[in-house]
Design a protein around this ligand. Structure first.
Ligand SMILES: *Cc1c(COP(=O)(O)O)cnc(C)c1O
Length: 381
């Protein structure tokens, strides 16, 4: 699905000295490189504060702790996403409220959010799924109307632009009250281990969060709140700082691969491509609205699992993100949920398939993958 070795080979001359510098200085924790990366990422995103931490799941949890959410507070998020999002809500004894997603862009459904709001609702967590920004203008409007916080889960969307109604652009993660991201190796900006960060434009919240990531300490050995230990180590920061200047070109390479995939599947009656989505058509040629963390097809009248087996037999990796809706996961089942409220997710888990997507895909590979997919679909109709 990814080619991290191929990517590393091309930037070895930049990454290795950056890592070596940390080794030579032995400043493994909180070395100057962590602060340098933080500043560079703030500039890149156009966000006032980046607070590095240990991983993307911690980042989400710490964002919620920073907002002072209390047990019993309801937090609305998408049914169709990675479990980390709902996991931390439950871990903090907040009440997760899962809602359905949009059938076209797979992101949280705005009407479903509005329907789910109760007097206990405190926050909405949109996920920029597969690298495409959720409808942030609508979400921020809803949040304002109902006095809610918005926590962007930007683990899959780093580098993406959100285009506002007035045509202006903001990087995802710089729009909500607070945002989280992950630097897991396979993410669009990945380190060589675990890493994550929290973003916010709110000075006070940033201060609160800087204490929370460090055992609730605002003054050495004075613990004002219950915190956690969540750090981005210096070696990971060195990798990330060396890779950050490549992020735009990496996202461009992903987008180019996506365009070639979509060209091959164009107008096929059984294949809905991401670039064919209503709110995104054409825009992907000119902006960073979609950074293609995943390239995901929605199949119509195709035996998806048979296609997965067919691709595996041809040595083509593929993925099903995600095969089970969160509301049906054992850990997150809840009597309040009704199956008819999750029509889209219940369908997508059966019909989506993600093809290899990374920075090193070449034309020959794309050609082999698309012809293998098409030969299966066309011969099984
Ligand atoms: C990867 C991911 C996370 C978690 O990130 P980790 O660094 O693995 O903890 C959270 N949310 C989403 C949507 C993700 O894709």
């Amino acid at each position: 699905m990814v080619d991290l070795q191929g990517q590393y080979a091309k930037i070895k001359a930049v990454v290795d000295p950056s890592i070596q510098e940390v080794m030579d200085s032995a400043a493994f924790i909180n070395g100057p490189i962590v602060h340098q990366f933080q500043k560079n990422l703030e500039d890149y995103l156009g966000v006032k504060h980046v607070i590095p931490c240990a991983n993307g799941t911690d980042a989400l949890q710490i964002a919620m702790m920073g907002l002072g959410l209390q047990p019993g507070d309801e937090v609305i998020t998408a049914d169709f996403t990675f479990a980390a999002t709902v996991e931390v809500i439950a871990l903090l004894q907040l009440t997760p409220v899962l809602v359905d997603v949009d059938p076209i862009n797979f992101n949280i459904d705005i009407d479903a959010i509005e329907k789910a709001i109760t007097p206990k609702t405190k926050a909405i967590v949109p996920v920029h799924l597969f690298g495409l920004a959720a409808d942030m203008d609508a979400i921020m409007d809803l949040a304002k109307k109902h006095n809610l916080y918005v926590i962007e889960d930007n683990a899959q969307g780093i580098g993406a632009d959100y285009t506002h109604k007035d045509g202006s652009k903001t990087k995802t993660g710089a729009i909500g009250h607070v945002a989280s991201t992950s630097f897991f190796p396979s993410k669009n900006l990945g380190c060589y281990g675990d890493g994550g960060a929290i973003f916010t434009n709110d000075d006070e919240l940033a201060h609160t969060i800087r204490g929370i990531v460090n055992h609730g300490m605002y003054k050495r050995y004075h613990h004002d709140v219950v915190g956690v230990n969540s750090r981005l180590d210096s070696i990971q920061a060195a990798v990330l700082d060396a890779k950050l200047p490549y992020l735009d070109s990496y996202n461009k390479a992903r987008r180019n691969a996506a365009k070639k995939y979509s060209e091959a599947f164009k107008n096929h009656p059984k294949v809905v491509t991401p670039s064919g989505r209503a709110n995104c058509e054409g825009i992907c040629d000119t902006c960073d609205c979609h950074v293609f963390h995943q390239y995901t097809l929605n199949l119509k009248n195709v035996d998806r699992d048979a296609l997965v087996a067919h691709l595996q037999a041809a040595n083509i990796p593929c993925g099903v993100y995600y095969p089970i809706p969160l509301h049906r996961q054992k850990a997150y089942q809840d009597k309040r949920y009704k199956e008819e409220d999750f029509k889209v997710t219940n369908q997508l888990v059966k019909s989506v398939i993600s093809l290899p997507m990374h920075t090193e895909l070449d034309d020959e590979q794309i050609e082999f993958i698309t012809t293998t997919v098409l030969s299966f679909i066309n011969s099984n109709s």
